[in-house]
Ligand binder design. Structure first.
Ligand code: BJW
Length: 247
C-alpha cells in the first residue's frame, strides 16, 4: 500500500515535518470546520471567529468556546496522534505543526509541536495581556473579566484577520524548509498563511505526502496522496517504516 519511494525517502530523511488540521482529530470525536458535518455548516465564522464579533457579543462567542472546551474535555488522542508521537522514537527530528487548538498531539506524547492557531486551554486579557487559566476564570456574567484590570478575557486562539503567533510561524517556516519529508494530514489547506507551508516545503525540496479522506486543493502539488482516515493510515505507515528501519 505504501510506495517504495515513500518508505525509502522516510528512511533516508533527516527532518520529518508533519502539518495537521482538524481531520486528524475527527476520529477522536472533534468536529472539523468544513464539509457536511463541519462546524461552519452550523455556526457562522463571521459571528464567532473574529475579533469584531467578540467585541460585539462576547457572551455569544464565549458560549461557543465553552461548549467546545466541554467537547474537548471529553475526548482522547486517537491512533493517528499516537503514531506521530511514536515516530519520535524512530527519528530525532520529527516536528508537528498543527492548526488545531485541541492539545491532542501534546496529550499523545509529541514533544515538538508548533501551534499556529493557538490553544483553547489558554486565555488572555485583551487589555493587559494577562494569561489566565480556565480554573481561575470567573464565569459570572458569562463573559469572563480580567482579575487584574477588569478587561475582557478572550480564548488564546487565532481568529480570521489576526496574525499568527510570530515565533510559532517563524519556526514552522524553518522546519518546512528543512523537511526531507513533509506530511499534510487532515487539512483542507484553504486557510492562509498556514496552507502555504506544504508548498514552501515542496519548493525547498521536500517529498510532499498528503493524507486525507478526500482530495484537496493541495493534492495537485503532492508527490503522493494516501486517501483514507489518518487514524488508520498513520499507524500502518509507521509499522511499515519501522520494519524497514529494523531490518
Ligand atoms: C480527514 C479525516 C480523517 C476528515 N482523516 N482526514 C479575506 C478577508 C480577510 C482575511 C482573508 C480573506 N481572504 C483570505 C484571508 C486570510 C484568512 C484566510 O485564509 N481565509 C480563507 C478561509 C479564505 N486567514 C486569516 O485571516 C489568518 N490570518 C491572516 O491571514 O493574517 C493576516 C491578515 C491580517 C489582517 C487582515 C487579513 C489578513 C488567520 C486564520 C485563522 C483561522 N482560525 C480558525 C479558527 C481557530 C480557532 C477555533 O478553532 O475556534 O482555525 S478557522 C479554522 O480553519 C481553524 C482551523 O485551524 C483552520 C483550518 O481548517 P482545517 O484544519 O483545514 O479543517 P477543515 O475542516 O477545513 O478540513 C478538515 C480536513 O480533514 C478535510 O479536508 C477533510 O477531508 C479531512 N478529514 N476526517 C484524514 N479521519
Amino acid at each position: 500500500m505504501f510506495s517504495e519511494k515513500l518508505i525509502s525517502t522516510l528512511r533516508g530523511a533527516e527532518h520529518i515535518t508533519v502539518f495537521t488540521g482538524a481531520g486528524i482529530s475527527a476520529e477522536s470525536g472533534v468536529p472539523t470546520f468544513r464539509g457536511d458535518d463541519g462546524l461552519w455548516k452550523k455556526f457562522k465564522p463571521e459571528e464567532l471567529a473574529n475579533f469584531d464579533a467578540f467585541i460585539r457579543n462576547p457572551k455569544l462567542v464565549w458560549e461557543w468556546y465553552r461548549y467546545r472546551k466541554q467537547v474537548l474535555a471529553n475526548v482522547k488522542p486517537n491512533a493517528g496522534h499516537y503514531a506521530l508521537a511514536d515516530m519520535e522514537q524512530l527519528h530525532k527530528n520529527v516536528v508537528v505543526i498543527t492548526q488545531n487548538i485541541d492539545n491532542l498531539h501534546q496529550r499523545a506524547g509529541s514533544t515538538k509541536v508548533y501551534e499556529l492557531h493557538g490553544n483553547i486551554n489558554r486565555n488572555y486579557c485583551i487589555d493587559c495581556g494577562l494569561s489566565i487559566t480556565d480554573e481561575v476564570m470567573s464565569w459570572l456574567g458569562r463573559a469572563p473579566l480580567c482579575p487584574s484590570c477588569h478587561g475582557l478575557i478572550r480564548p488564546d486562539v487565532v481568529w480570521f484577520g489576526e496574525l499568527l503567533p510570530v515565533d510559532q510561524w517563524n519556526k514552522s517556516i524553518a522546519v518546512a524548509e528543512a523537511a526531507d519529508v513533509f506530511f499534510s494530514v487532515g487539512t483542507s489547506a484553504v486557510v492562509y498563511p498556514a496552507a502555504s507551508l506544504p508548498t514552501i516545503a515542496k519548493n525547498a525540496g521536500a517529498y510532499l505526502l498528503e493524507i486525507n479522506t478526500e482530495r484537496t486543493d493541495l493534492s495537485w502539488h503532492a508527490d503522493e496522496i494516501l486517501l483514507g482516515k489518518s487514524g488508520d493510515i498513520l499507524p500502518r505507515l509507521l509499522q511499515s517504516y519501522q520494519s524497514v528501519v529494523h531490518q
